[in-house]
Design a protein. Structure first.
Length: 202
C-alpha cells in the first residue's frame, strides 16, 4: 500500500507545469474496477473486488448534478457492500486548465455478511457526503485530480474522512483512462477505469 502511495506522490510531483487551452468538463460517465483492502477485527486486511459507476452532468456553467453506485465483494469473509449516492456540486475554474470543486450528496449503504456457523446478517444505513477537490490538465494527455472526501452515517453514528488521488490519460477527445487510490480510512481502494466525457471539453 505504501509503495503504491509513494508512486502516486512521485507522479504528482513530476506533473508538468505548462498548460494547454482545453477547458475542464464536469459532464461525464465513468466505469471503474476496484480492489479494496478493508481493515477488520479479524486481524488481517480483507481484499475485495468491485465496480464503481459514476455520472455527472453540468446543468449550469458552475453547477453539476451527479450519481454513483459502488459494489464490492469480499470473498474471504463472505461480505458484500453497496453504496448509492446522489448529489449536487459547484466548481470554479481558475483557468481553462485548473479547477476546484465542492460536492454535497445524500447516500445509502447496504452490507450483507454470511458467517459460517452463525448464519447471515444484513444492515443498511444512510447519511451524507461532502467532497472538495482540485483538477489540473496540461499540454500532455495527462490530468491530475485530488479530493478530500467526508462521509457521515446516521444510524451507526460514524464518520470518515479520506483522500483520493487519480491520474488520467487522454485516449481521444472524449475518452480517458485513469488509475487512482483512496486512503486514510478503514477501506483503502485502488481504481482503474475509463471516463467518457459528454462534451468536447475535458
Amino acid at each position: 500500500m505504501k509503495r503504491f502511495l509513494y508512486g502516486f506522490a512521485a507522479a504528482a510531483a513530476l506533473f508538468p507545469m505548462s498548460w494547454a487551452q482545453a477547458q475542464i468538463s464536469y459532464s461525464f460517465l465513468e466505469s471503474t474496477l476496484t480492489v479494496s483492502e478493508l481493515d477488520t477485527s479479524f486481524g488481517e486486511d480483507e481484499r475485495g473486488i468491485g465496480v464503481d459507476l459514476r455520472g455527472s452532468y453540468e446543468i449550469m456553467p458552475v453547477l453539476q448534478v451527479f450519481g454513483r453506485i459502488r459494489a464490492a465483494d469480499f470473498d474471504d469473509i463472505d461480505l458484500q457492500t453497496t453504496l448509492i449516492e446522489a448529489g449536487v456540486g459547484t466548481h470554479y475554474d481558475f483557468s481553462e486548465t485548473k479547477s476546484v470543486f465542492l460536492n454535497v450528496s445524500v447516500l445509502t449503504t447496504d452490507l450483507d455478511i454470511d458467517i459460517p456457523g452463525f448464519g447471515s446478517a444484513s444492515a443498511d444505513d444512510d447519511g451524507y457526503g461532502v467532497s472538495i477537490g482540485y483538477r489540473e490538465v496540461n499540454h500532455t494527455p495527462m490530468e491530475f485530480r485530488l479530493s478530500i472526501d467526508h462521509v457521515a452515517l446516521n444510524d451507526s453514528d460514524t464518520s470518515e474522512t479520506t483522500m483520493d488521488v487519480a491520474l488520467m490519460y487522454r485516449l481521444t477527445q472524449r475518452l480517458k483512462l485513469f488509475g487512482g487510490v483512496q486512503f486514510g480510512g478503514d477501506e483503502g481502494i485502488f481504481r482503474a477505469g475509463v471516463r467518457y466525457y459528454l462534451g468536447n471539453d475535458n
